[in-house]
Design a protein around this ligand. Sequence first.
Ligand code: PEP
Length: 259
Amino acid sequence: MSSPLRKPLIAGNWKMHLTLAQSLELARAVRDGVGDAASEVALCVPFTALALVAETLRGSRVRLGAQDLHWETQGAFTGEISPVQLVDAGATMTIIAHSERRRYFNETDEAVNKKLRAALAAKLVPILCIGETLEEREAQRTFKVLQTQLEGGLKGFAPVDLAPLVIAYEPVWAIGTGKTATPDQAQQAHLFVRKTCARLYGEGFASGCRILYGGSVKADNVDRLMAEPDIDGALVGGDSLKAASFLRIVHFQAPAAAR
Ligand code: PEP
């Protein structure tokens, strides 16, 4: 079970899905079903749905997030969205460096570092994604990859600046594939991430930093994952697109009962 120092966070990543009408319907259902869940809950929606979903969530305890951002506040960057625009649209969080962005849009750790700095400056809670591919795991390079992504992404910050940071460990081979990391595999990676954070930024930062697991989290595996001591929540793709499955994940069962 995660430390009481860290409030669990369940965040949905809608990716490039849903029309405005569908977004509205799903956001309403999540808002109305969240009840007294023990975790913090967030929906990371497409840019086009931000303002509308912000209205729907206003006054509720569900937070609104984006899925990416540009590091400049404004300027001639056609097609990009700035942190200022995200805040203006009602977002309070943003995913950064999702593996789909690293893979399909060649996002480097240097760009990730700039995005992180921009998000923090705009007071957006960043959810920084890291994770290894299947090839890297099979070559026993998982920890090396996580270390490189963390060192590159987090370069040059003071620990105090990183206080709002959320990290999401998302093994690439588990995203959208239906193959979830076992609770043991996920725990080992989370522990390594926490130890690396402690080495880079001190025990105080590391013990308060929330590390989410992402990769085919579903209603039927969330309880066992959340029973692990270093798993502080979930970043959920596919199963965040249906209210019933997402709400079951949000209301994960008390870890002690899940073992
Ligand atoms: C994700 O999009 O971050 C993700 C983990 O997707 P899925 O839950 O579908 O594997």
